[in-house]
Ligand binder design. Structure first.
Ligand code: RET
Length: 133
């Protein structure tokens, strides 16, 4: 599989506002969150991933094994519970987050020294790009 290990700094973040609104994140949080330039710190051992999304305001921590469904609590985001499954689509990581929100999930892939992340919820798609530190 592809190698996602490393520290990645955000360079662009398109429609994060729409994504956060679709999740039902409150106005005050959205105002702060959309100004952030989070950093992703990814540790990968084969199919096991530890993904930290770090920012000056709040962090989000995710640990998963590709192909193994787990109970995700989106602590500090919309604080919901999801049944989450990440799978490989060639070298892309494809995540489905089953829960109250329809069409929720994300896709990660790498091109050169850039890490791409597309976040979906309901009818909203947020497109983020990170560059390897
Ligand atoms: C921040 C700041 C507080 C508000 C929101 C945030 C969003 C974090 C997201 C993290 C996604 C992580 C993924 C990990 C994959 O392994 C930045 C914590 C809403 C959307 C996709």
């Amino acid at each position: 599989p592809a190698d996602y290990n490393g520290t990645w700094n955000m360079v662009s973040n398109d429609n994060f506002e729409g994504y956060m609104k679709a999740l039902g994140i409150d106005f005050a949080t959205r105002i702060i969150a959309k100004m952030l330039k989070p950093q992703k710190v990814i540790e990968q051992k084969g199919d096991f991933f530890h993904v930290q999304t770090l920012s000056s305001f709040r962090n989000y921590n995710a640990e998963f094994t590709v192909g193994v469904e787990f109970n995700e609590e989106t602590k500090g985001l919309d604080n919901r519970k999801c049944k989450t499954l990440v799978t490989w689509d060639n070298d892309r990581l494809v995540c489905v987050q089953k829960g109250k929100k329809n069409n929720r999930g994300w896709i990660h892939w790498i091109e050169g020294d850039q890490l791409f992340l597309e976040l979906s919820c309901e009818d909203q798609v947020c497109k983020q790009v990170y560059k390897k530190a």
